[in-house]
Structure formats: C-alpha cells, structure tokens
Ligand binder design. Structure first.
Ligand code: NAD
Length: 260
C-alpha cells in the first residue's frame, strides 16, 4: 500500500508539468542541465539557453519536438528579448523561468585585490542576466495570470564568502531582486523565488582554486557537497504548481550551513 501510494504521489507530481513551458538558462552544464532533464522527464516543453549551443544539442538532440536549444549570451539584453520572442512564437507561452547561467569570476582574492572589470563582468551575468530574462518573460506570465520564476543564487549571497566579493555581492543582489519581484507579482499568479546552494561539484567549482573550495566545503555541517539530483528535486518543487503560497523566498540547499 505504501509503495502504491508513493507511486501515485510521484505520478501526480510529475503530471504537474504536463503542458507547461519552461525556459532554463545555463542549461548546458551543472545545475541547469540537471534541472532541465528533471523538467523534461516530468512532461515540460523546454527552451534551453546557453553560450554553449553544441553541448545543449548533444544533451537534448533526441527531443526535437519538446526542446528548443538557443545559443545565446545572456548578458546581451537584445538577444535575450529576441530569444523570448522566438520561444513564444514556438510554444505560445512561458510558464517557468529558471536562471542558472552564472560564473564565479576571479576568486581567492581580498576586496582590495579585486579587478573592477572582473567584478562588473560577474554582475553583468549573475545579476543583470537574471534581470534581463525575468523582465522579458514577466509580461507573458502576467497575461496568463501564472508563472514560476526561480533565480539560482548562492549561500555566498546570504553569508558572504571571503575571497569572493564579486560573486557574493552579485548573488546578494539576486536575492534582493527575488524579494522585490516576489512582492510585485504576488497578485498576478506569479511566484518568484531563489535557491541558495552551498557547494555542488560542477565545472564551475572545478575551475576554482582548491583553497577557496575547501573554505566553502569546510563550512557545511553535513560534511559533504550537495548533489545535482538534490538541487534538481528542490528546484522542480519550487517551480511546480504545488509551490503556490511561497514567493520572494530564498530556499536553502546548504547541508545545514544557513539555517535562517
Ligand atoms: N555549483 C555550485 O556549487 C553552486 C553553488 C551555488 C550557486 N551556484 C549557481 O548555480 C548556477 C549554475 O552553476 P553550475 O555550478 O551549474 O555552473 P556550470 O559552470 O556547470 O554551468 C553554468 C552554465 O552557464 C553557461 N553560461 C556561462 N556564461 C553564460 C552567458 N554569458 N550566457 C549564457 N550562458 C552562460 C555555461 O556555458 C554553463 O553551461 C550558477 O548561477 C552558480 O552561481 C552553483
């Protein structure tokens, strides 16, 4: 009986995404890729945006009907607007936006050593990119009186990681935007939330200095990294219709590091 009920629950849960259209940025790698796969397996149609179009095509070329792959630099606002127009022409609506495209920029540096140019580059993608995509999709969500937006922030944005000024500040800005947008669209059927992971082993983390990664993982009470499956499961819940009374909130995914 327990197993039958569990299967029934999972089937109902998966049905939640049938007929929905999800736009995911940074979907060629890491969190974006695993969230896109989860939504695809749950019946969503997908518009996937990434600098790396070849990787998108390699991962999703078996699903030409269900998936649109767009090679795009998210920091170019005009290209973001053009892509949203293309997605609306193809699928007719956008129910879900998940913003995963992000970079750490240079790390393991104190603030006085940070290059202004590198800090601006990090902000341009991590904050402005998420602003451009949400600005472009929200009018369609308002007209449908439904939407789910998830910005991938970071524990660094809540707590501030020493050695990571640009990244931490850009993610704090994303959390601030989430709070604002959550309130602004609360009466439009749109929820806007953020997710704050600690460390999940992806190419983004692989590229960081070992001492910086050790600094971050040592702070996790569970003494392990999060998994891509754990990130995708929580993200899928946040953007599902089940998550209907939580908005402007930053969900924790930190193995106990940020219990607030
Ligand atoms: N991995 C972690 O431990 C961790 C922790 C906290 C937050 N995050 C956040 O999660 C998100 C995903 O990180 P990840 O670890 O999966 O990284 P990743 O490097 O594996 O994937 C990032 C993707 O973004 C794409 N991208 C980079 N610049 C782009 C641009 N200008 N336009 C379009 N696409 C671009 C890359 O091609 C890549 O496919 C990021 O916002 C990151 O800050 C990750």
């Amino acid at each position: 009986m327990f197993i039958q009920n569990t299967i029934k629950f999972l089937n109902n849960y998966m049905d939640n995404f049938k007929g929905q259209v999800a736009m995911v940025t940074g979907a060629a790698s890491g969190l974006g890729l695993s969230i896109a796969r989860k939504l695809l397996n749950s019946g969503s149609q997908l518009a996937l945006l990434d600098l790396n179009k070849n990787s998108l095509l390699n991962a999703f070329d078996n699903f030409p009907e269900q998936v649109l792959c767009v090679g795009i630099d998210i920091t170019n606002q005009q290209l973001v607007e053009n892509s949203v127009a293309e997605i609306l022409a193809r699928f007719g609506k956008i129910d879900i936006l998940v913003n995963c495209a992000g970079i750490t920029g240079e790390t393991n540096l104190k603030s006085h050593q940070v290059s202004t140019e590198n800090l601006q580059k990090v902000f341009e993608l991590n904050f402005m990119g998420s602003f451009y995509t949400s600005k472009a999709v929200i009018p369609n969500m308002i007209s449908n009186n439904y939407g789910r937006i998830l910005h991938i922030a970071s524990i660094a944005g809540k707590e501030g990681n020493a050695g990571m000024l640009a990244y931490s500040a850009s993610k704090a800005a994303v959390i601030g935007m989430t709070k604002v947008q959550g309130k602004e669209y609360a009466e439009n059927g749109i929820t806007v939330n953020a997710l704050a992971p600690a460390v999940i082993q992806t190419p983004l983390v692989d590229a960081m200095p070992e001492t910086q990664v050790k600094y971050m993982t040592d702070k996790i009470p569970m003494k392990r990294c999060g998994t891509l499956e754990e990130a995708a499961n929580l993200a899928a819940y946040i953007v599902s219709p089940l998550n209907s009374f939580t908005t402007g909130f930053t969900f924790d995914l930190s193995g106990g590091r940020a219990t607030y």
